[in-house]
Design a binder for this molecule. Structure first.
Ligand code: UDP
Length: 335
């Protein structure tokens, strides 16, 4: 049976596709390529299109023997979601509605959903557990939570089984340096800092200096993208074996402040990183650190890459080899 991966040309999606390929799974990718990169997808049937394109989804579900979907396709920027909330409702909630409708029509009854720590908002406990309150502080988290709820009701009504994976901050890259993280424009902390190390950017703004954290900057839990890929595979394996819906946090369990991330990047790259204080970014909670005990216990998930410096080193390897990200020249170099 094949797995449909929506958003499989994006950062976490493409690493998961690569990982599934390595395990011998047949993978079909659907991606609009608005943000994803065609070059990031190898060894998978590829369809370019939108979730709302019912004819395309009919074609995919009738052409391939798909038993499960891993659903990444979404907008995922906290700051942008505060400025463009309707875009997030349209692309995330309505997009998923179209996908789920087609899954129900075609009797595809398993979905692994790419959710987020942003569903928690400002946590009441650190590390955060799955049963903690979900009160998002931005439309991104709000739309992901709405989808989690949609999937719960779809299970009750149609027997669609889902695993919702609430990731903390994905970072790093494929260990062999074949693919990596490339957003345009770049807004994520680690790639921004690495662009400074490459001489492509002058400085990084530290968004907020007055958070209730030890050094005043936001604390996040950085998890290696290949550990995330493994968790998707394990979630799928569990769905195939147990046909039971569930929700898991995926994080390292250790929080690093923005300033600590800058220090780690300085150490890995050996380059000076100029940082300046800037106002808080709208929608950012002060601290997001996961308890991933449930995923470890129930999925048998054992994250391999705990050290922030190791995670940054893998990202750095890809950035050094692909300073312009995915473009023709660098792809040739990589093959
Ligand atoms: N951040 C920052 N400067 C930047 C980009 C990000 O200080 O130029 C902070 C951001 O406020 C957050 C953390 O770094 O606390 C991680 O942000 P990122 O955008 O990488 O991921 P997110 O937490 O939004 O998923």
């Amino acid at each position: 049976m094949a797995i449909l991966v929506t958003g499989g040309a994006g950062y976490i999606g493409s690493h998961t596709v690569l990982y599934l390929n390595g395990l011998g799974e047949e993978v079909i990718v659907l991606d609009s390529l608005k943000k994803g990169h065609r070059e990031a997808v190898r060894n998978a049937a590829f369809y370019q299109g939108e979730l709302k394109d019912g004819d395309l989804l009919n074609e995919i579900f009738t052409t391939h023997q798909i038993d499960a979907v891993i659903h990444f396709a979404a907008d995922s920027l906290v700051g942008e979601s505060v400025e463009q909330p309707l875009q997030y409702y349209e692309n995330n909630v309505i997009g998923t509605y179209h996908l789920v409708k087609k899954m129900v029509e075609h009797q595809v009854k398993k979905i692994v959903f790419s959710s987020t720590a942003a569903v928690y908002g400002n946590p009441v406990n650190v590390p955060i557990k799955e049963e903690d309150p979900t009160v998002p502080t931005n439309p991104y988290g709000e739309t992901k939570l709405a989808i989690e709820k949609m999937l719960k009701w779809a299970d009750d009504a149609y027997g669609l089984k889902s695993v919702c994976l609430r990731y903390f901050n994905a970072a790093g890259a494929d260990l062999e340096g074949r693919i990596g993280e490339d957003h345009t424009p770049e807004s994520h902390l680690i790639p921004i800092i690495l662009q400074i190390a490459l001489g492509q950017r002058e400085q990084v703004s530290i968004f907020g200096n007055d958070y209730p954290t030890p050094d005043g900057s936001c604390v996040r839990d950085y998890i290696h993208v290949m550990d995330l890929a493994d968790a998707h595979y394990l979630a799928l394996k569990r769905l195939r074996a147990k046909e039971e819906s569930s929700t898991y946090n995926l994080g390292n369990g250790t929080g690093y402040s923005v300033k600590e991330v800058i220090k780690a990047c300085l150490k890995v790259t050996g380059e000076n990183i100029k940082a300046v204080s800037a106002p808080r970014r709208a929608g950012d909670p002060a601290i997001l650190v996961a308890s991933s005990e449930k995923a470890k216990k129930e999925l048998g998930w054992i994250p391999q890459y705990h050290e922030l410096e190791q995670i940054v080193a893998h990202a750095w390897k890809w950035h050094q080899n692909n300073p312009s990200g995915y473009n023709a020249e660098t792809i040739i170099k990589n093959i």
